[in-house]
Write a protein that binds this ligand. Structure first.
Ligand code: IVH
Length: 642
């Protein structure tokens, strides 16, 4: 039997253990135990607390989620104001800042070795966390710097914010300041889910973080993937802190707070600039948004000497990156056709300088996205260019929409080849059905056409195809069969011998099988097995061309989606023309007996003996014994068992 004292002890031990693993996971990023074990500890603690509700304390690791929603957020007056930072963009302005610092500190040599703490300027929401004797008692937003809002119930749900500090030496009252942010991966995942559920998405991770913090119901905040990096302290009472900023950050880390792993100490303005370029280069690969760098004079004694101007310290400055989001107007919306036939709406923009370059086109991803954002010609939009990512239209400023605009419609015909554009149900992407015919899709379609499992034309590599397409020498597969030795051998890097071999290979490929031919056509979702299934089932191309969708679905492995794809492909007149030309030029195969024989027909139940070899079956495979009818021979040969 456990005595009350033992229970209390076990609960405390579990809490300490869980806190320790939280610290390893969130702060050190170095886990010691597998998730399953962590979950077991948590479950044990939850079970014990459930049994002994009188022993539940607000700082227990189980208490992060589930506090009752407050009806409105209370205001909190910051005992020490939360200041802002002066911004600079240009290197020269940073040099001026440094010169002012050096002068004020009476350095005669320009202070080339003055130590700065350099940190990314995190793009989230500033928070203040008050710890009393190591316990988190208050979380507040920055607000106007003097008065913020009480968000204690929400910060408690953020796993990387310790409810209790660990280690020792922290002051009785410690105000930790830092940035709550939503990591990019979490932001993307959250938005994807919201989009699928038809719910509101966040514009960017910063809004996501700020919005999540101000929820009235902490259960909602708990569902948001938030994180926090501490970057300074505010009120400190009943204890001493180190006298350098970098050492304070290190102490916070030891007490269980998470700090930015990119923080560094640098020397002089050149050290600052090197740091800025380095982090700028790596900005895209960080898992969180940053909008610049913050430099802080590392010595607190010097900070005191420098003091403040109005609401910003003289000892720190934000060196911002060029803005990644700007406003501009939409001059047109066009549709680009990709190599797989996908139509991508693209906004043509009045040129705008964003993310360090001039942008005049921005992707709208797909037709759904275009309609969701409802981007219209004449609209004022926010464009975003983050790093090397293609610029995108973030949203429309609806208040600035001129009169008489109309919604952009998906074109009925491909802007490149005028084949029909189709969009299958449930698919975000609209595609040109021109397949073999569409110039935008030619190179890819041709590479597939000649590939080993299709018409298998050896010596016709991707490079040569791309060149032939670019030169407009080859438009569709039928043009391949008209290439001459003379023409090919006159090409750069193609000798007489290889030209001869290539033409021979092209000639040889004319004799093929219906299955290979169908596969070579590159009908979406018609892979080798499906092509073979179709060939076996129908026996001839005219039979396939004549088949209804319903009939197509009788082919093993062909569901309604594939059946629609097949029909759509053959319904496109351009595709039928290409097939006819290919046959006219001598591409041929032998038709076979169709497999589509009534189940009680004359051949049903009979066994056929196959002679010769099959590419992927040995004699050991005896389908008659091991499997049901028609399961083993599918896709293997023109002959089959029924
Ligand atoms: S220090 C007196 N360090 O930037 C110094 N601020 O304008 C006060 N921020 O909203 C702030 N990353 O939330 C500091 N590494 C960092 C920061 C940072 C982002 C934000 C902060 C505030 C704004 C200051």
């Amino acid at each position: 039997m456990s005595s009350p004292g033992n229970i209390q002890k076990r609960i405390e031990a579990l809490r300490d253990e869980i806190r320790y693993h939280n610290y390893r996971y969130h702060t050190l990023d170095d886990i010691e135990i597998p998730d399953a074990e962590y979950d077991r500890l948590m479950r044990e603690l939850q079970a014990m607390e459930k049994e002994h509700p009188d022993l539940v304390t607000p700082d227990s690791p189980t208490q992060r989620v589930g506090a009752e929603p407050s009806s409105t957020l209370q205001t909190v007056r910051h005992r020490l104001p939360m200041l802002s930072l002066e911004n600079v963009f240009a290197d020269d302005d940073l040099r001026e800042f440094h010169a002012r610092v050096a002068e004020k500190l009476e350095f005669e040599d320009g202070a080339p070795k003055l130590v700065y703490a350099a940190e990314p300027k995190l793009d989230g929401a500033a928070v203040s966390l008050i710890y009393e004797n190591g316990r988190l008692i208050l979380g507040a937003t920055r607000g106007d710097g003097t008065t913020g809002e009480d968000i204690t119930h929400n910060v408690r749900t953020i796993d990387s914010i310790p409810l209790r500090l660990i280690g020792e030496g922290f002051p009785e009252t410690l105000e930790v300041r830092g940035e709550v942010f939503m990591p990019r991966a979490g932001f993307e995942a959250y938005n994807k889910k919201a989009r699928e559920a038809g719910e509101k998405t966040f514009v960017n991770p910063r809004n996501a973080a700020a919005g999540s913090l101000r929820q009235l119901d902490p259960k909602l905040t708990a569902e948001r993937p938030l994180d926090m990096y501490a970057y300074s302290v505010g009120l400190v009472e009943g204890g001493e802190l180190p006298d350098r900023h970098s050492e304070i950050i290190a102490a916070l880390r030891e007490w269980g707070l998470k700090t930015c792993p990119e923080s560094a100490v640098v020397e002089g303005v050149d050290g600052c600039l090197d740091y800025y370029s380095d982090i700028g280069r790596r900005r895209d690969s960080l898992d969180y948004d940053i909008d610049g760098v913050v430099y802080k004079v590392d010595s607190l004694a010097m900070q005191r000497e420098l003091g403040f101007v109005s609401r910003a310290p003289r000892w720190a400055i934000a060196h911002k990156f060029p803005a990644q989001e700007e406003l501009t107007t939409v001059e047109d919306v066009e549709f680009q056709v990709g190599r797989t036939g996908a139509l991508t709406p693209v906004a043509r923009l009045a040129p705008v300088f964003v993310g360090g370059v001039t942008v005049s086109n921005a992707t709208l991803h797909n037709i759904d996205e275009l309609h969701r954002k409802d981007v219209r010609v004449g609209d004022t939009v926010i464009v975003r260019r983050a790093g090397d990512v293609i610029p995108e239209v973030v949203s429309v400023v609806e208040r600035r929409r001129p009169e008489g605009t109309t919604r952009v419609k998906l074109p009925a015909l491909c802007p490149v080849c005028e084949s029909h554009v189709k969009r299958e149900e449930g698919e975000a992407v609209a595609r040109c059905t021109g397949g073999l015919y569409c110039k935008a899709q030619r190179a890819e379609a041709l590479k597939h056409f000649v590939s080993r499992r299709a018409l298998d034309i050896e010596g016709l590599g991707a490079k040569l195809i791309e060149q032939l397409v670019a030169e407009d020498r080859v438009s569709d597969p039928s043009d391949l069969f008209q290439l001459s030795i003379e023409e090919l051998s006159s090409r750069e890097r193609m000798g007489d011998k290889s030209a001869e071999n290539l033409v021979r290979a092209i000639e040889a490929s004319k004799s093929t099988t219906l299955a290979r031919f169908l596969y070579a056509l590159g009908i979406r979702e018609v892979g080798e097995a499906t092509a073979a299934g179709l060939a076996n089932y129908f026996g001839s191309l005219p039979a396939i061309l004549a088949a209804s969708e319903e009939e197509l679905t009788k082919v093993p492995d062909v569901g309604p989606v594939v059946a629609t794809r097949v029909r759509t492909f053959f319904e496109e007149a351009h595709n039928r023309e290409v097939i006819e030309s290919l046959q006219d030029l001598g591409v041929h195969w032998s038709d076979t007996e169709p497999m589509k024989i009534a189940e009680d027909g004359p051949l049903s139940g009979k066994t056929f003996v196959i002679t010769g070899t099959l590419p992927s079956m040995t004699r050991k495979h005896d389908p008659g014994r091991s499997k049901g009818p028609d399961s083993a021979c599918r896709g293997q040969s023109n002959r089959q068992r029924f």
